[in-house]
Design a protein around this ligand. Structure first.
Ligand code: FES
Length: 203
């Protein structure tokens, strides 16, 4: 092999090594990009793929007469989604605010910041979070502190003088408190389906 042929062959091998390294680098950048994008895409699209039927269900909170008009009281229910095997962790408290004879607001007890249970102070008409000082007005809207939004609310309906909430999965910044209307399964009472307190179909 002449000197010039030798130099050419070395140049070819260096450039093919460079091409190989470039492809590896590009591949690693692509993988890194996917790793960064996956949680962001999950955050954006997760609610669209949530199977609400398996995650939430109608829960009986009892007769509406136990919730006086104008007051906010604590109610506790057993979470039907995670089953009876988790003991007391299955007992879920929520705040029930009765705004008129026929209207309610029902709040998840979890602070919208990092999920600590909020307390209701009737004298000041405020919900307060003991963890980092988050404060909410009586209608659940954010008053001050680190929470990025108001308290999460449940869907609810009154059927035959009983109050029901659509509960199960605890919401967070990705999972809304209220379920998209079209994804709510009717409550069945004596073979009749109910939504918004009205009979919608027989089952
Ligand atoms: S968890 Fe409530 S303010 Fe942080």
């Amino acid at each position: 092999m002449t000197d010039s042929e030798h130099a050419n062959s070395e140049e070819t091998s260096t450039s093919s090594r460079r091409g190989f390294m470039f492809k590896i680098g590009a591949g690693l950048v692509g993988i890194g990009g996917l790793l960064i994008a996956a949680p962001v895409l999950g955050y954006i699209f997760a609610p669209a793929f949530t199977n609400w039927e398996k995650r939430r269900a109608w829960i009986d909170l009892g007769e509406i007469k136990q919730f006086p008009v104008g007051e906010t009281v604590l109610a506790v229910y057993k979470n039907p989604i995670f089953g009876p095997t988790v003991g007391e962790a299955n007992e879920i408290p929520c705040w029930v605010r009765r705004t008129s004879d026929s209207t309610f607001q029902i709040f998840y007890i979890n602070c919208a910041h990092l999920g600590c249970p909020v307390h209701w102070f009737a004298e000041s008409k405020l919900f307060m979070c003991p963890c980092h000082g988050g404060v909410y007005y009586e209608d659940g809207s954010r008053a001050s502190g680190p929470p990025p939004r108001g308290l999460y609310e449940y869907d609810w309906q009154v059927v035959r003088s009983k109050l029901y909430v659509y509960g199960g999965e605890i919401p967070n910044l990705q999972i809304p408190g209220k379920t998209p209307k079209d994804d709510i399964t009717p409550l069945t009472v004596d073979g009749v389906g109910y939504l918004d307190g009205k009979a919608v179909k027989s089952t």
